[in-house]
Design a protein around this ligand. Structure first.
Ligand code: ADQ
Length: 462
């Protein structure tokens, strides 16, 4: 079996950072199985380029190779280009995108440095798998250094329609770089179709098979492999006696009969202000639920140096204050809002102890929280998942109550419908949802992508 080399913006070591997400754990499992190397940023920031040294740690068959970024890289590449330009455009928010040429240069510089640092570590038969929008030009960098290995790329975030992407200066360079990968994986059919349209309509690409495009004298394979979670380990956490004790504690303290849970990084793509407004609408439309329902929102901060993220924090704090002031009482707080990371065991307990999982991003690549909520339910008395139509997960999780997150009334009615839903219907929906979450679990994600990466190349003349 070929050695696997994973490249991602951040290398998360779940052993030293147990709160790192499920995907990091799965990637590490995939690397352990084949033996491999994980390369990326270690999260540290140094002041000068001369401090940019590689660190290497070995964990059995897996080698983690990491390097810091300079303060300038962090500002220009990470905050400036990745998170203030690419992220909003990919989430259909051109209005929030801030493009600056020096940030784009920072992005090029870091990708070039990653390629130069990684190339000498590669063996002939290694399969390389790069993750996400931070690394679009990595393959082009490696190719310019003579690397001939198979290189795959997985986009965790949406791929927008062609006209949206064209709002990004330098999009032509970005797409020409992207097609230097051999295999490009997407979360959903919509993303894949947008990408193919872009290449064919704007860049003279040509579909030569259902999953292959000829462009710039090479063939690029495309594939849809939805990211998933490790269902069994998440379900086990939710069934643990710790979870039951935690849930009992929740009920004793506040006595709410309906817990509604939301768990998201504090990101404008997650639609948190719209969710809070929909909850307020629910309280207006169904006043008899006052004192019975509580929205528990966990929203740890991210990327706070980017203005749009600071803005959303203020908006959310103001909204939760308004709702609690208007509807709350001394014995009932309608919105409970926690602005920090919490251990995964507690998350699992919160999901299980909540009658409703409210997952309403305005746009999301996949959304693993929706899958975690399903995995955590008690199959004999499950809760109801309310899911945005604009989350990648909605392409698959059809038995959730699918809603338009921009429509406060629709979300409010869905909350009401979930509250009064008969147990038989909840069980029926849960059974189908769980089967789908299991079918597209993390293991399947890794295997499907690796299968595509290992599959024989389509000849150029096809
Ligand atoms: P994210 O945008 O980070 O990922 P998501 O898929 O929801 O979004 O995953 C978030 C993860 O972080 C979940 O595992 C969740 O449990 C965890 N998490 C969130 N809040 C937490 C908290 N307060 N404490 C602890 N853990 C918390 C990107 C894309 C998504 C895509 C994933 C995977 O934006 O669309 O689903 O990659 O491909």
């Amino acid at each position: 079996m070929s050695r696997l080399v994973v490249v991602s913006n951040r290398v998360c070591d779940p052993e030293s950072n147990p709160s790192s997400g499920g995907l990091a754990v799965c990637i590490l499992d995939g690397l352990r199985e084949r033996g491999g190397l994980w390369f990326g940023w270690n999260g540290e920031i140094v002041s000068e380029e001369k401090e940019l040294t590689l660190s290497c740690t070995k964990q059995g068959e897996v080698t983690l190779v990491t390097m810091p970024l300079t303060e300038r890289d962090y500002q220009e590449h990470y905050l400036g280009f990745c998170n203030a330009a690419l992220w909003p455009v990919h989430h259909y928010r051109q209005d929030l995108s801030r493009f600056a040429q020096e940030n784009c240069e920072g992005y090029r510089r870091v990708n070039r440095r990653f390629a130069e640092s990684l190339a000498p570590l590669l063996g002939k038969g290694d399969l390389i798998w790069a993750h996400d929008y931070h690394l679009i030009p990595l393959a082009a960098g490696l190719r310019s250094l003579g690397v001939k290995n198979r290189i795959g790329f997985f986009l965790h975030i949406p791929f927008p329609p062609p006209d949206v992407l064209r709002a990004m200066p330098e999009y032509e360079w970005l797409m020409k770089s992207l097609v230097q990968y051999d295999v490009i994986g997407f979360q959903t059919k919509t993303d894949e179709a947008n990408f193919c349209r872009f290449l064919c309509e704007i860049m003279n690409g040509e579909m030569v098979a259902e999953n292959a495009i000829r462009i710039d004298g090479r063939i690029v394979m495309v594939t849809v492999v939805p990211a998933g979670i490790n269902v069994e380990s998440f379900a086990a956490m939710a069934r643990h006696p710790y979870a039951s004790r935690y849930i009992e504690g929740l009920h004793r303290r506040g006595e709410p009969r309906v817990n509604i849970i939301g768990v998201d990084r504090l990101d404008y793509s997650k639609g948190l202000p719209d969710r809070f407004r929909a909850f307020r609408r629910f309280l207006e439309l169904y006043p008899h639920h006052c004192k019975a329902a509580t929205l528990m929102q966990v929203a740890p901060p991210t990327r706070e140096e980017v203005k749009a993220y600071a803005d959303i924090r203020h908006e959310l704090e103001a909204l939760s204050g308004e709702i609690n002031g208007e509807f709350g009482d001394f014995d009932w707080t309608p919105v409970r809002y926690v602005h920090r990371n919490i251990p995964r065991e507690r998350l699992a307990a919160l999901y299980r102890g909540s009658q409703i999982g409210l997952v309403t991003p305005l746009r999301d690549g996949m959304n693993l929280v929706a899958k975690e909520y399903v995995a955590a339910q008690d199959e004999e008395d499950p809760g109801v998942l309310i899911l945005s139509r604009f989350a990648g997960a909605a392409e698959d999780l059809e038995e959730a109550l699918l809603v338009n997150p921009y429509d406060a009334d629709e979300v409010a009615h869905a909350i009401q419908r979930a509250i009064v839903m008969k147990k038989e219907e909840r069980i029926e929906r849960q059974r189908s949802l769980l089967a789908r979450v299991k079918q597209h679990d993390a293991d399947n994600w890794i295997r499907s992508f690796m299968r595509a990466l290992e599959s024989p190349k389509i000849p150029l003349a096809a």
